[in-house]
Write a protein that binds this ligand. Structure first.
Ligand code: HEM
Length: 528
């Protein structure tokens, strides 16, 4: 063992030499420079000041949501067709075309509400974000493990997250704040029935599904578009935990899911998922009792079957947490040719939010970092330049003087549209602030409840009652009122746990913010 107090290399020690960031060798890393052995220190202590001032800046802001996560790398392999129906019929995106065609990927799984060091056993949605490094540049599919979301309009995202995050005074997650918000937001019932069932605590990251949640579009070579939803299915199957399982694990380990993913990849047991898509014609589907652009809804699989389009294998761990995990940046705006946005009001809001937060969190040149930039061989010629930490002012063409466009002298030109014309829909309407029609907040939540196995329903009711018991009476009553509209059995059982009968909540009127269906009204009459 090396004696740290002694100066210089020991005989036979051929390890590389410690340096500062200028490449200067460090001769003494144990003592700062002082006047005499007992001080005082002097200000020209370059090594000491560099070392400590860099340490002082080690943290960047953690993600405002999804702060804790685990990253792994691997590849996506396309199937190219369903039987003899080529995927090209629906999308021209190159990564899906060739059977066996491979695209490198980076995946970040995460919890949502807790901070960077919080427990991975929390009842919380899990993020499932995939970056595809394609030959046409990057595509990010930024999803969650649950198929639906709390809200359907991005303007409410800061509110739902504030309600779920710790109280601004006590800094404790408070059930009363959470259910106060949820009780006034009926669209979140479908998400709550998922989140408070065992699916709300996945056993780990390898055994969970992923969903794009929002509605996207696929566009083919003729410029025809279809609406699509994405699903990831784990080959290892889906496993979840109860509160008791979670309490046992987090008593000794806060990062069990990160450890499980890392260890399994280290031992060569590479986790695998299949990617499936549901496809719908690109219109508003008046025949459905929900809007296809509403992310609080699933598309019934008997009408819109989930078709497999490829598989993903994760077989490489990160080499540096900060570079590969903390600085990786996903966003819903990151699409390639053949993939497009829909008018889903959450999706448009998300598309602004991700790159906005990343310019703040990582810095304006976050797309120059190795983990975020397109793969080698993809040209990046933006004419954008400078800013903090710029090191790839990849101007333009071959003439470094021309960093603008258009130019008669040199520089870069615009690309040609892949199809002759832009063939998007013609949209006309009054500027307005309106709920989308067919809100239908309870039907699918009730269907989900009825699909749960008896033990899962018991767990769901138990979880609701445990947290609602800590809430104020008006919040409890309004939640029981919603649950009775979701499904009688759910409302009766949660009500029973809280000592609230249907007759107690019958006088409550519908919220001003909600549209009830005929079925909802019938249920309300029945309450009275
Ligand atoms: C992360 C905003 C809805 C999935 C984030 C971040 C923000 C954000 C600001 C932090 C990003 C970063 O610091 O790099 C929003 C807004 C939403 C919304 C404004 C609604 C309007 C959703 C939905 C999903 C989702 C519906 C799931 C489909 C994720 C994931 C991450 C994330 C997976 C973590 C990405 C990573 O691992 O780095 N979101 N989000 N978000 N969001 Fe959302």
């Amino acid at each position: 063992m090396t004696d740290v107090a002694s100066k210089g290399p020991q005989p036979g020690d051929d390890r590389p030499v410690l340096t500062d960031r200028q490449g200067h060798p460090i001769y003494d890393n144990q003592n700062q420079r002082t006047v005499g052995a007992r001080g005082p220190a002097t200000l020209e202590n370059y090594h000491f000041l560099e070392k400590v001032s860099h340490f002082d800046r080690e943290r960047i802001p953690e993600r405002v949501v999804h702060a804790r996560g685990a990253v792994a790398f691997g590849h996506f392999e396309a199937y190219g067709a369903w039987g003899d129906e080529p995927i090209a019929r629906y999308t021209r995106a190159k990564l899906f075309q060739d059977r066996g065609g491979r695209t490198e990927v980076a995946v970040r799984f995460s919890t949502v509400i807790g901070g960077r060091d919080s427990s991975e056993c929390a009842r919380d949605p899990r993020g499932f974000a995939v970056k595809f490094y394609t030959e046409d540049g990057n595509w990010d599919l930024v999803g969650n493990n649950l198929a639906v979301f709390f809200i359907r309009d991005a303007v409410k995202f800061p509110d739902v997250i504030h309600a779920l995050k710790p109280d601004p005074v006590t800094f404790r997650q408070e059930p009363n704040r959470i259910f106060d918000f949820m009780s006034q937001t009926p669209e979140c019932m479908h998400m709550l029935v998922n989140l408070f069932s065992p699916r709300g605590i996945p056993a780990d990251y390898r055994h969970m599904q992923g969903f794009g949640v929002n509605t996207y579009k696929w566009v083919n070579a003729e410029g025809e578009s279809h609406l699509v939803k994405y699903h990831w299915m784990p080959k290892a199957g889906v496993r979840s935990m109860t509160e008791d399982d979670a309490a046992r694990i987090q008593a000794t380990e806060l990062g069990h899911a990160t450890k499980d993913l890392y260890d399994s990849i280290e031992r060569g047991d590479s986790p695998e998922w299949e990617l499936l898509v549901q496809i719908m014609s690109d219109d508003d589907h008046p025949e459905l009792d929900f809007d296809p652009l509403d992310d609080t809804k699933v598309w019934p699989e008997n009408e819109f079957p989930a078709k497999p389009v490829g598989r993903m294998v994760l077989d490489r761990n990160v080499s540096d947490f900060f570079a590969d995990n903390e600085q990786i940046a996903f966003g819903t705006g990151v699409l390639v040719d053949g993939l497009d946005f829909s008018d889903d009001k959450m999706l448009v809001g998300r598309t602004f939010s991700y790159s906005d937060t990343q310019r703040y969190r990582v810095g304006p040149n976050y797309l120059q970092l190795p983990v975020n930039r397109p793969k080698e061989g993809v040209d990046v010629r933006t004419n954008q330049r400078d800013g903090q930490m710029a090191y790839r002012n990849g101007a333009s063409g071959d003439n470094p003087h021309v960093n603008y466009e258009p130019s008669i002298v040199d520089g870069v030109r615009e690309a040609q549209y892949p199809t002759h014309d832009e063939q998007g829909p013609v949209i006309e309407g009054r500027l307005t602030r309106k709920r989308i029609p067919r809100a239908n907040d309870y039907t699918q939540a009730g269907q989900r409840y009825l699909l749960l196995e008896p033990w899962e329903r018991d767990d769901l009711v138990h979880n609701f009652v445990t947290l609602l018991a800590q809430c104020d009476r008006p919040v409890q009553e309004r939640m029981v009122w919603h649950f009775l509209l979701v499904e009688d059995d759910l409302g009766l059982r949660v009500g029973e746990g809280l000592g609230i009968r249907p007759a107690d909540v019958a006088p409550l009127r519908p919220l001003a913010s909600q549209d009830l269906t005929d079925e909802d009204r019938k249920r309300l009459e029945h309450l009275g």
